[in-house]
Design a binder for this molecule. Structure first.
Ligand SMILES: C[S@@+](CC[C@H](N)C(=O)[O-])C[C@H]1O[C@@H](n2cnc3c(N)ncnc32)[C@H](O)[C@@H]1O
Length: 208
């Protein structure tokens, strides 16, 4: 079994299709020809830790939901949860992995967000999606993520951290700089907390 062809991402980028390789990877994984390297088999530890024991109310949106474990955790805590990924095979795999789930799994593109999702969710969870895109797409992806947050709502971002001394990343992934984390606060969000935890950012924002 091979992981994705190591040149696959670069080829896709060269072909000006920076998101197309995700579907290729998930489709290959579905047939047993690849593994999804970020599939942890459970929710991200920094999300688990952030949630603690709290129960949730209202609506939640999980961005780039991939294997689905983060969405399942948020739903289990009580949020009416929508989760989306650009890869139809990822969405199909999440539905299959969690039969009977209350999560509304959708295929959608962060770079072309649905109008009805604007300012629509009380909690938005973004774990490692923006960093999976080339830096030229980070501003649009970041603005799209922030735009999902409803008035009074919260955004949680988890991403690999680029330090000020790091050179350009070969990517994917392309770790986020502090300035790129701060950019989530554009469009009416305010920073609640930004933590640097073992080369990862965990950042919380709120729309007043
Ligand atoms: C590094 S993975 C992280 C997946 C998941 N958030 C996790 O932590 O396991 C990035 C995910 O973002 C999805 N993705 C990439 N570009 C996207 C886009 N433009 N719109 C929606 N999903 C996207 C990929 O298919 C992939 O599942």
């Amino acid at each position: 079994m091979s992981i994705v062809d190591p040149d696959e991402a670069a080829r896709r980028l060269a072909a000006d299709d920076p998101t197309g390789w995700f579907e290729r990877l998930y489709a290959a994984a579905a047939s047993g020809a690849a593994v999804v390297p970020w599939d942890r088999g459970g929710p991200h530890p920094l999300l688990v830790d952030w949630l603690g024991e709290r129960e949730l109310t209202g609506t939640a949106l999980v961005v780039g939901s991939g294997p689905g474990s983060d969405a399942e955790l948020v739903a289990a805590r009580g949020a009416a949860t929508t989760a989306f990924d650009i890869s139809p095979s990822a969405v199909a795999a999440a539905r299959e992995r969690f039969p009977g789930s209350s999560v509304d799994y959708r295929t959608a593109d962060l770079l072309a967000p649905a109008d009805e999702w604007r300012h629509a969710f009380d909690l938005v969870i973004e774990v490692m999606t923006v960093q999976s895109l080339p830096p030229s797409l980070h501003p649009a992806a970041t603005a799209s993520v922030a735009g999902f947050v409803a008035p009074g709502g919260t955004l949680l971002v988890v991403a690999f951290a680029a330090s000020d001394t790091d050179g350009p990343a070969a990517g994917p992934p392309w770790p986020l700089t502090r300035a790129e984390i701060d950019a989530f606060a554009a469009g009416g969000l305010t920073e609640v907390a930004v933590e640097w935890l073992d080369h990862r950012w965990r950042a919380e924002f709120r729309r007043e």
